[in-house]
Design a protein around this ligand. Structure first.
Ligand code: HEM
Ligand SMILES: Cc1cc2nc3c(=O)[nH]c(=O)nc-3n(C[C@H](O)[C@H](O)[C@H](O)COP(=O)(O)O)c2cc1C
Length: 539
């Protein structure tokens, strides 16, 4: 059924939830599982398509709301400025006051005057706090006002907006991390314990932030890391990430658990030489895994990143609290033993082979000429093993704090790894990447000074894509590039290869109790975990 944007917007109810839902039938859900089998890329794609369809069926807003609520920009609201189509913004929330107009105790004139605009300044002093609740039916709340992209000035802003517009289950899946989320926060905080020793009076008129990953030129030393289920946040899913990255010459790492099929994402490349990498979760079905690797190479992937930090998925409690129950009807075709009662993360990962070990790496190495990179390395001994096993690189990562809580911040591990590699003369032909907690150009510079070849960002791209699609992804890249270039200038460096450890003050890095200035933007976005609620058992 086709519905105009306005009709769709009108059906958004309290808390941004749709009140008139577009029902996805069970048959449709089953159909999409079957399609996934055809178009997908092995068990990962099947599982992620399956869960998307199941989430959508349980809560159709999951897939619809990102595009629906996402349209509430000031520009869109300003068009609803007539007697028969009257929207008004009050305290960051958009209301449809068309039907309320004739009943407004303060008269029609004032509402007509501010139609399509923000009326908070006039509204707040003359109305009791419960006026809206008392007089306006809940479905007249259309959703939060979304700032135009031009108002986004740093990467934190994407998260702030995404937190307002994402459906709760999607936000829980994206934002959650393991156990008490200590590593999640430490990943970011560790960067605050590194300070700079900038050079002065260097000619920094021309600054070049381009670099090479595995011999391929790229516009900046960062990439969009693999993240599952981008469609939970935006209907174009990984495709808009591909297009946004492509237009900015930034590498995209494609997840085994992407919500679009691998081929769709490869087809979304905006130019022939756009670089993509494939992230591999090694499937228990090794034949299938071999097919995936070969197909990735055929489709021009420039690197194979084997994720090794998830033999079983960490307990992500925010996600678990959003658990969705089995639906016997949808499950009738499925004879797997997946535990679907513990949130999207756990259910998604059940095909990953927990018996994967170093001896498998040699075999995977023999399957392809793509550079092989181990993603999820957390100690220097394992970096050396990766070298011994013929890998071309590692990503120092704890999966964005989503796996083993209290695993160390990757940047701290990086500071230990690089001196070791340099001492062994291994730092030239082996590429070390790092991800987790990166939000600023200065974070990227710190990692590069320590010796990283590049850095990955996960959630930032999910949030940018959820809030603004392809343009958001582009803006995220541009903001980070701008910060990088400006801060390189301030550091007295003009080329990436001149970023060296001497430019850093690392004295506080290993000391986790050091007091630094509070990072308000990060802390404002962080939602503390909640304690158990006392509510009756659901059947
Ligand atoms: C959610 C929408 C709104 C509701 C539920 C609402 C409700 C009310 C109510 C109950 C009153 C009577 C208050 C009283 O007599 O004590 C009132 C008066 C008034 N309202 Fe609203 N209102 C809404 C939106 C607005 C907006 C957007 C504006 C301004 C653009 C506005 C301007 C006024 C004015 C000027 C009065 C008259 C105050 C007076 O005579 O002292 N209202 N409104
Ligand atoms: C929602 C979400 C899904 C992820 N999915 C994958 C995945 O499918 N494969 C993978 O190797 N890493 C995955 N990661 C980890 C990221 O690739 C990356 O290591 C991490 O997000 C970096 O931390 P950051 O989010 O602070 O940038 C995921 C991370 C998030 C937040």
């Amino acid at each position: 059924m086709f519905r105009s944007a306005a009709q769709r917007l009108r059906s958004v109810g309290k808390n941004g939830r749709l009140t008139r839902l577009v029902h996805t039938t069970r048959a449709q859900a089953k159909m999409s599982i079957r399609n996934a089998t055809i178009i997908g890329f092995g068990a990962g794609a099947i599982t992620s398509a399956y869960y998307l369809s199941q989430l959508q069926q349980q809560s159709p807003i999951l897939l619809e709301s990102p595009s629906v609520i996402g349209e509430l920009t000031p520009e869109v609201v300003s068009k609803h400025n007539k007697r028969d189509d009257l929207w008004i913004v009050l305290n960051g929330k958009v209301y449809d006051l068309t039907d309320f107009l004739p009943n407004h105790p303060g008269g029609q004139k004032v509402l007509l005057k501010l139609a399509g605009k923000d009326a908070s300044k006039i509204f707040n002093p003359i109305h009791p706090p419960d006026a809206i609740e008392k007089f306006l039916p809940p479905e007249k709340y259309l959703g939060p006002l979304k700032p135009p992209l031009s108002q986004i000035i740093n990467l934190h802003d994407f998260e702030t907006v995404a937190r307002q517009i994402l459906p709760p289950a999607a936000l829980a899946y994206y934002s959650s991390a393991a156990d008490d989320e200590v590593s999640l926060r430490e990943n970011h905080n560790a960067y605050h314990r590194i300070f700079f020793n900038p050079k002065i009076l260097v000619d920094v008129k021309e600054v070049d932030i381009t670099t090479e990953f595995f011999g391929n030129k790229t516009s900046a030393p960062f990439y969009a890391s693999a993240t599952a289920l981008a469609k939970l946040g935006h209907p174009d899913g990984e495709l808009s990430i591909a297009r946004g990255c492509g237009k900015e010459d930034i590498v995209q790492m494609i997840s085994t658990l992407a919500s679009c099929s691998f081929d769709e994402i490869a087809d979304a490349r905006v130019k022939d030489d756009q670089q993509q990498w494939f992230q591999l979760y090694v499937n228990s079905d090794r034949k299938l895994m071999e097919k995936q690797v070969k197909h990735a190479e055929e489709r021009g992937m420039k690197g194979l990143f084997i994720t090794v930090d998830a033999p079983s998925l960490g307990r992500r409690e925010k996600d678990m609290k959003m658990k969705f129950d089995d639906d016997a009807d949808v499950l009738e075709d499925s004879d797997d033993n997946i535990d679907r009662s513990q949130g999207a993360s756990r259910a998604l990962s059940s095909f990953i082979d927990p018996s994967l070990s170093w001896k498998d790496i040699g075999h995977i190495r023999s399957l392809t000429k793509m550079p092989i990179v181990i993603k999820g390395v957390q100690r220097k001994e394992d970096v050396l093993l990766a070298v011994d096993h013929g890998c071309q690189g590692v990503v120092l990562s704890n999966h964005g704090g989503r796996q083993l809580d209290f695993s160390r911040a990757p940047v701290e591990v990086l500071a230990e790894v690089m001196p070791e590699l340099r001492a062994k003369g291994l730092d030239k032909n082996f590429e070390v990447y790092v991800d987790g907690g990166i939000r600023r150009g200065t974070d990227v510079l710190k990692a590069l000074c320590l010796g990283a070849k590049g850095v990955g960002l996960g959630r930032v791209f999910l949030y940018a894509n959820s809030a603004y699609g392809e343009n958001g992804v582009r803006k995220a890249c541009q903001l980070l590039k701008d910060e990088l270039e400006m801060n390189m200038r301030l550091l007295g460096v003009t080329k990436i290869e001149d970023l060296k450890p001497e430019l850093l003050d690392l004295r506080s890095l290993p000391n986790r109790t050091v007091a630094v200035a509070q990072d308000n933007l990060y802390s404002n976005n962080y939602q503390p975990m909640t304690s158990v609620e006392f509510k009756p058992e659901q059947d």
